[in-house]
Design a protein. Structure first.
Ligand code: MHF
Ligand code: KIV
Ligand code: MG
Length: 291
C-alpha cells in the first residue's frame, strides 16, 4: 500500500479515502457513519472513531427547527459543514446536497457541489434519488467530486412518493431498488445510503454492489450503518423512527442542568465565592483563601 499523502496525515490519524471505504468492504469491516452539524458534535464523532461524518440535511429538523429537510439551503449546508470540519479535521466528511440542487440543469448541480466542497470543505457530497440524478452523479464524479448516492426513502421527495414508509416490500419495488442501486454504482458513486428498506432487499443490494452500502432502517446485513446524532444521544424532539436506537438521554440531562441553574440563580446559591474574582489588594484572599 502507498504511504498516505501529507494532506491525509494530520496528527496521528490517517484520514480515510473513498478507496479505503471500498477496501473496508472487501475485508468485511463494517463502516460506521454518523451525522454531525457543529464542531462539538463533530469532535465527539471523531473521538468515537467513526469512519465518516455526514453533514445531513436532517440539520433542518434536528438543529434549525424546521419540520422537513426541504427548507435547508446550500448556504446552511456550507455554514454547518465548515463548523463540522473545524471539529473533525481527520475524518472524512460527506455533505448532503440540499433539496432540488441535483435537479434541473447540470450547472445548478455543479455550482452547489462545488461550493459545498470549496467553501464548506466537504470531502464528498450525497445526493438523494434516481433517474436524472444518475447523470449528475456521473458528471460530478468525472469532475473529481466523490458522490454518495441515497436511495429507498428519500426524505426530500416524501411529498410526491408516498411519505415516510418502508421501500422494497413488493417484488416490483424491490427490483426497481436493486436496479437503481446498480445504476448508482455504474454512474460512479463511491458509496450508497439505503434508507428504510426491507432487510432482504438491502442485503441483496450489498451483495450485488462493490461499493459500500450503508443502511439506516435497512436491517442488519448492509456494509455499514448511519444514524442521526440527535437520535443517538436522545436530543431529538420529533417522532422517533423504528430504526433508531437511542444510546443516551441528553435531553433530560440538559433540561435538568438548565433547571438547576435557573433555581440556583433565583435562590442565590449560584454564584458562590469559588466563581468570584477577588481584588488584587487581598492577596491572602478576601474570602479567607477559601475556594
Ligand atoms: N432526527 C432525524 N432522524 C432521521 O433519521 C432523519 C431526520 N431526522 N430527518 C431527515 C430524515 C427523515 N427520516 C425519517 C423520518 C421518519 C421516518 C418514519 O417515520 N418511518 C416509519 C416507517 C413506517 C413504515 O412504513 O413502517 C417508522 O415508523 O419508522 C423514517 C425516516 C430519516 N431522517
Ligand atoms: C438520515 C441520513 C441518511 C440523512 O440523509 C440525513 O441525516 O440528512
Ligand atoms: Mg439527508
Amino acid at each position: 500500500m502507498r504511504s498516505p499523502s501529507l494532506s491525509e496525515r494530520r496528527g496521528n490519524k490517517v484520514k480515510k479515502t473513498t478507496l479505503g471505504f471500498k477496501k473496508q468492504k472487501q475485508q468485511n469491516e463494517r463502516c460506521v457513519m454518523v451525522t454531525a452539524y457543529d464542531a462539538p458534535g463533530a469532535e465527539a464523532a471523531e473521538a468515537a472513531g467513526v469512519d465518516l461524518i455526514l453533514v445531513g440535511d436532517s440539520l433542518g429538523m434536528t438543529v434549525l427547527g424546521y419540520d422537513t429537510t426541504t427548507d435547508v439551503t446550500t448556504a446552511d449546508m456550507i455554514h454547518h459543514t465548515r463548523a463540522v470540519k473545524r471539529g473533525a479535521r481527520d475524518t472524512f466528511i460527506v455533505t448532503d446536497m440540499p433539496f432540488l440542487t441535483a435537479q434541473g440543469s447540470q450547472d445548478r448541480t455543479l455550482d452547489a457541489a462545488l461550493s459545498l466542497i470549496q467553501q464548506g470543505g466537504a470531502d464528498a457530497v450525497k445526493i438523494e434519488g434516481a433517474g436524472s440524478v444518475f447523470q449528475k452523479i456521473r458528471m460530478l464524479t468525472e469532475g473529481g467530486i466523490p458522490v454518495c448516492a441515497h436511495l429507498g426513502l428519500t426524505p426530500q421527495t416524501v411529498g410526491v412518493d408516498g411519505g415516510y414508509r418502508v421501500r422494497g416490500r413488493t417484488q416490483e419495488e424491490r427490483e426497481t431498488l436493486l436496479k437503481e442501486a446498480l445504476e448508482a454504482e455504474k454512474a460512479g458513486a463511491f458509496m450508497l445510503v439505503l434508507e428504510c428498506v426491507t432487510e432482504e432487499t438491502a442485503e441483496e443490494a450489498a451483495r450485488l454492489l462493490q461499493i459500500p452500502v450503508i443502511g439506516i432502517g435497512a436491517g442488519r446485513f448492509t456494509d455499514g450503518q448511519v444514524l442521526v446524532y440527535h437520535d443517538i444521544i436522545g436530543q431529538f424532539s420529533g417522532k422517533q423512527a423504528k430504526f433508531v436506537k437511542q444510546y443516551a438521554d441528553a435531553r433530560s440531562l440538559i433540561e435538568q442542568a438548565l433547571l438547576s441553574y435557573t433555581e440556583e440563580v433565583r435562590s442565590g446559591v449560584f454564584p458562590d465565592t469559588s466563581h468570584t474574582f477577588e481584588p488584587l489588594e487581598h492577596p491572602g484572599g478576601l474570602y479567607g483563601g477559601k475556594k
